[in-house]
Design a protein around this ligand. Structure first.
Ligand code: PLP
Length: 375
């Protein structure tokens, strides 16, 4: 097989070598438990404190508003179930139909417990606008949850406007920012969000660690009961090495944000411009406000999975927007939510370029695509 071209950075990212170096001592020598009072636990305790401060400063939060979790799925589950179950007078949730399953499935779990959930349909361009939210939100809505950026089509939602509508109607606002943190500039206080979920492996941190930002004063049930970790809200011995790695990766990405965005946007334009000059029939999904590097393309008359496998034979990793079973191709809930025509939806691939991708790699992806459509 030829060299690997990794263009699936929305699925996961390569671990930042500096993050790996920072993690090592806590996996080997500095294994003290932060809950212990002796001197041997001092360094991990300090590392935990420093990581919390670093992460808070990257998103404009205060350190006590950062709660470490096992990743995006846990953060979303905690935000959604923890706020619903802690509220005694209001009971309804509003979310969007094209959230990640880490949001949709906890919402469905709430519905099974008798809590109503409304699922907003985005525009065909892939946005939940303030006008859409106003149609769904009621005085009984205790939580509005809208993702920062969609993981399949990359559209970045107007979070501040949505948050304002939620607050005007007395609702809390949570955003699943798993695809956005470390890739676009975020300041939680300027946005006004009450909760925000993030996951380290999406921004060159390790897998199995993330955080939930919970604004000071927000009432939420503990995610787990047990020890006093995370201010008593998320019991369980902390994943110190993971947390340290996450902080280093996030800081490095945030420090180089402008440069990374410029690089990745350049690659993305190159790919799209080259494709536009071939005459190959395709559509690019989502409106103009998109995550840097995320290119969702739909080709009519071919299955996304066939494209994926052909690219895989060339050592190129991308995702599809559909899943084949033995009888038919099932189009993802995101593509259904934006009402993408079926013949296009079935032929969808997601190319997600990252800071490590090069122009040569983009040319190789382009050449491989041309080969698929010209044969
Ligand atoms: N939310 C979004 C938007 C995602 O893209 C993902 C992962 O793909 C998750 C949540 C889940 O995150 P994790 O893999 O850290 O559980």
């Amino acid at each position: 097989m030829s060299r690997l071209i990794y263009a699936d950075n929305a699925a996961t990212t390569r671990l930042d070598p500096a993050a790996f170096e920072a993690m090592k001592p806590f996996l080997v020598d500095e294994y003290g438990n932060t809950s212990q009072p002796y001197a041997f636990a001092r360094l991990p305790k300090k590392a935990l404190r420093d990581a919390r401060e670093t992460i808070a400063s990257c998103i404009g939060a205060s350190p006590e508003e950062i709660f470490f979790t096992s990743g995006g799925t846990e953060s979303d589950n905690w935000a959604i179930k923890g706020s619903a179950l802690s509220n005694t007078c209001k009971y309804a949730t509003v979310t969007s139909a094209f959230e990640h399953h880490a949001v949709l499935h906890p919402c469905e779990a709430l519905e099974r417990l008798g809590y109503p959930v409304a699922y907003m349909w985005p525009s065909q361009e892939g946005y939940i606008t303030a006008e859409i939210l106003k149609k769904y939100i009621t005085s009984q809505t205790y939580l509005t949850s809208v993702m920062f950026a969609n993981n399949e089509i990359g559209t970045v939602q107007p979070i501040k406007e949505l948050c304002d509508v939620a607050h005007e109607n007395g609702s809390l606002f949570h955003t699943d920012a798993v695809q956005a943190v470390g890739h676009i500039s975020i300041n939680v206080h300027n946005l006004g969000v009450d909760m925000l979920s993030a996951s380290a492996h999406k921004f060159n941190g390790p897998k199995g660690v993330g955080f939930l930002y919970i604004r000071n004063g927000i009432e939420i049930l503990p995610y787990s009961d047990g020890g006093a970790q995370e201010s008593g809200l998320r019991a369980g011995t902390e994943n110190i090495a993971g947390i340290v790695g996450m902080a280093v990766a996030l800081k490095n990405n945030c420090d180089a944000l402008e440069e990374n965005v410029k690089h990745v946007r350049g690659l993305e334009s190159k790919l799209v411009d080259m494709l536009d000059n071939t005459g190959i029939q395709y559509t690019r999904n989502g409106g103009a406000d998109r995550l840097p590097g995320l290119v969702s393309l739909s080709f009519p008359g071919i299955e996304g999975e066939a494209i994926l496998h052909r690219l895989d034979l060339n050592g190129i990793c991308v995702s599809t927007g559909s899943a084949c079973n033995s009888k038919s191709t099932e189009v993802s809930h995101v593509l259904q939510a934006i009402r993408l025509e079926d013949s296009y939806a079935k032929g969808t691939i997601r190319i997600s370029l990252g800071k490590a991708n090069t122009e040569d790699e983009v040319e190789a992806i382009f050449n491989a695509l041309v080969k698929i459509f010209r044969i």
